[in-house]
Write a protein that binds this ligand. Structure first.
Ligand SMILES: *[C@@H]1O[C@H](CO)[C@@H](O)[C@H](O)[C@H]1NC(C)=O
Length: 219
């Protein structure tokens, strides 16, 4: 019986990781710092379900404001586990950059749910807010104006390079990965352009993953 129970627990832990959506590994997001040997000496709090910061499964519109700012369930009290002051926000700076630099981003997809991801930044020293991340818009990919990295049919690591704003420096700021899956059929709107009916795939609310990483940007 005991063995069966343990087996069950191990299986469901594995199941959760696989069934998660994905996690930001470069710079490592708060819940994934423990997976990165570079930061082992700083004793980051492990979150074995770090691929599962998908707003507790609540589908989101484009602004994703019905989600915790860093991907936790919206109904959890602030600071939520992945927000500044929360369980997994150990204040470990996982990316140190220079102003306007092109920086590597690695998103590890643990399930294939298509869609795209983008990167945002918030330089407010107080508790992060959706508004703070929205203020600067999504960062452009290096050498272009596109802000979306398509992950259709992708799984495993999807690596890219984004450009930091030329006018932003901060001793402490937060980089956020915004992943919008494409799993559901929905009504079309101003952003998702198609006829109604019948609507289309990827339109309307979708599952979203939000991941926050602590970074600094020098002059
Ligand atoms: C993507 O980035 C990760 C983390 O930095 C790295 O381990 C992996 O080798 C990279 N993959 C490719 C294909 O460059």
């Amino acid at each position: 019986m005991k063995i069966l129970l343990i087996f069950g627990v191990v299986c469901s832990a594995g199941f959760f990781y696989v069934e998660g959506h994905g996690t930001l590994r470069e710079p490592p997001q708060r819940s994934s710092v423990w997976r990165d040997e570079r930061f082992a000496s700083l004793n980051p709090t492990p979150n074995y379900d770090d691929g599962g910061l998908w707003c507790a499964g609540e589908k989101q519109d484009y602004a994703a404001e019905a989600c915790g700012v860093c991907g936790d369930g919206f109904s959890v009290a602030r600071p939520r586990p992945n927000e500044n002051g929360g369980t997994y926000a150990n204040g470990i700076i996982t990316g140190r950059y220079r102003r306007g630099e092109e920086i590597p981003i690695a998103f590890e997809l643990t399930a294939q749910h298509n869609g795209y991801f983008s990167v945002q930044i918030c330089d407010d020293l107080t508790l992060e807010s959706h508004e703070c991340f929205q203020r600067r818009g999504f960062l452009p990919l290096a050498g272009g104006t596109t802000t979306k990295i398509d992950v259709t049919n992708r799984q495993g690591f999807v690596n890219t390079t984004v450009q930091l704003p030329p006018d932003l420096s901060c001793q402490y700021c937060v980089l956020r990965l915004y992943y919008r899956s494409c799993k559901d059929w929905g009504e079309c709107d101003g952003v998702c352009d198609c006829p109604n009916p019948p609507g289309a795939m990827c339109c309307g609310p979708q599952e979203v993953v939000l991941n926050c990483a602590d970074i600094s940007v020098s002059l």
